[in-house]
Design a protein around this ligand. Structure first.
Ligand SMILES: [Zn+2]
Length: 187
């Protein structure tokens, strides 16, 4: 499994992880006979926790894959603020049209900001064509490198690394480059 595959699995787990703790807390409240509808404070606990977990998890998961320019940081924050405003507007609409308690609105729609924020980051964090070209330039220029110290072994007539002295068979060298090829394909 490549690192990218692992990240995809972790990304899928984001939602259950983010809902688990708030779900437990709410279950505890219900079993302890807390009244219904919940107070606004109680209703806020779940969504606030879920949003914090989702945003932190998402940043931790992708921070090394994102090329953090000033513009990206700016857009990421802006989308965060806009998402919060959007979530609040949805709760207000819910209360108006469903004529329901504000606490119920918060519990129903309170997770929306992190969902829209994550959707936004998928666009903002995506690398531009230019950035991709810059990144790929590094590959391919040194076609063969030492698997141990990464020293370029292009043009050598033996499979011993002149830099660190490590000995390889031809097939070991080949398969080590193949790993690198995999990295390249993911890119
Ligand atoms: Zn070496």
């Amino acid at each position: 499994m490549t690192q990218s595959n692992v990240r995809i699995v972790l990304a899928i787990l984001l939602f259950p992880v983010a809902e688990f703790l708030p779900g437990l807390i709410e279950m505890y409240n219900v079993y302890n006979g807390s009244g219904w509808p919940p107070s606004i404070q109680r209703a806020l606990v779940g969504p606030v926790l879920t949003n914090i977990i989702m945003v932190s998890y998402w940043i931790l998961l992708w921070r090394r894959q994102v090329h953090w320019t000033q513009s990206r940081v700016g857009w990421t924050s802006l989308i965060g603020v806009a998402s919060l405003a959007f979530g609040a507007a949805l709760v207000a609409l819910f209360v108006t049209f469903a004529k329901d308690d504000i606490a119920i609105g918060i519990m129903t729609l309170g997770d929306v900001p992190s969902y829209t924020w994550i959707l936004g980051t998928a666009f903002v964090w995506r690398e531009t064509r230019q950035e991709r070209l810059e990144r790929l330039k590094g590959f391919g220029t040194e076609r063969v490198s030492c698997p141990v110290c990464k020293y370029s072994m292009t043009g050598l007539r033996e499979s011993r690394c002149p830099e660190c002295g490590a000995q390889f068979t031809i097939d070991e060298l080949f398969s080590a480059q193949h790993d690198r090829q995999e990295e390249f394909e993911q890119a």
